[in-house]
Write a protein that binds this ligand. Structure first.
Ligand code: 6PG
Length: 253
């Protein structure tokens, strides 16, 4: 199954939006476009959701009366880019945020929601998720998500690929348990190569806190250990990279 949009790689598109509401709206429109492309081509659409706070507005929009019925939810497969090592009902859980903002409010079949198990043994949970991914992307050398949604932290991390962390060196696993020194905890995350084989990767970045790192990530010297978001280059495998950034985060671009 060829992920849609492949071999149409173009230079990364950077779109500066007025505010978080415009970022969410544009992201919703791209989500729907890519979902239509994928379901028309392959009869299904695979998307890895981002955690954190920025994408919440997008998820709420996709579940709203304005957008919900533009998506064929029974054909959507929901994955996660990363998860905190907490139970699914924990306030820190990326699954909980996505479930409350969207999944519980749309007719996506429960078996199509491929949750990253957070609580318990992180290494075992990462292996479990890799098995889940391999079950869906059957026989593929890499997962070929139709869309991966990402955020970026003030420190330039994305998913749970944090500066100086071990997972930045991962070249074969699709999912891994990554020790995050600054939080003194493990996180489960997709590896950079797993993200980089997606047909479309869409960064959603808002807030003045990102303004210092963003120009370094997008235009600066390559320094992936310090700026892990620079690892995200789906173009190399024929995918597309798009950045939706609000004016506050884009202040120094
Ligand atoms: C997480 C996310 C993380 C997030 C960035 C940006 O689990 O926290 O996956 O990578 O995308 O930290 O978060 P905000 O969008 O909340 O600024």
């Amino acid at each position: 199954m060829e992920a849609v949009g492949k071999n149409k790689a173009s230079a990364p598109q950077v779109i500066v939006c007025e505010d978080g509401a415009e970022v969410a709206r544009r992201a919703a429109e791209r989500f729907i476009e890519i979902a239509h492309e994928a379901t028309n081509a392959n009869g299904k659409f695979s998307v890895a959701l981002a955690g954190g706070s920025t994408p919440k507005k997008l998820y709420e929009l996709l579940a709203s009366d304005e957008y919900r019925d533009q998506i064929e939810w029974p054909k959507v497969h929901i994955f996660f880019g990363d998860e905190r090592c907490v139970p699914p009902d924990d306030a820190e859980s990326n699954y909980r945020m996505a479930n409350e903002a969207m999944l519980a409010r749309v007719p996506v079949p429960p078996q199509n929601v491929h949750r990253m198990v957070g609580d318990g043994d992180a290494v075992a949970n990462a292996r479990l998720y890799e098995d889940e991914l391999r079950g869906y992307f059957d026989e593929e050398q890499w997962p070929r998500f139709d869309l991966v949604l990402l955020g970026m932290g003030d420190d330039g991390h994305t998913a749970s690929l944090f500066p100086g962390s071990q997972a930045l060196q991962e070249t074969s696993a699709w999912a891994t348990a990554n020790w995050v020194e600054k939080f003194q905890t493990f996180r489960i995350t997709l590896s950079a190569p797993a993200i980089n084989h997606a047909a479309h990767v869409l960064f959603l970045i808002t807030g003045a806190g990102k303004a210092a790192r963003l120009p370094e990530v997008i235009n600066g010297e390559r320094d992936t250990n310090r700026l892990p978001s620079q690892l995200i280059q789906p173009q190399a495998a024929g995918g597309n990279l798009e950045w939706l950034i609000d004016k506050d985060a884009a202040a120094n671009l």
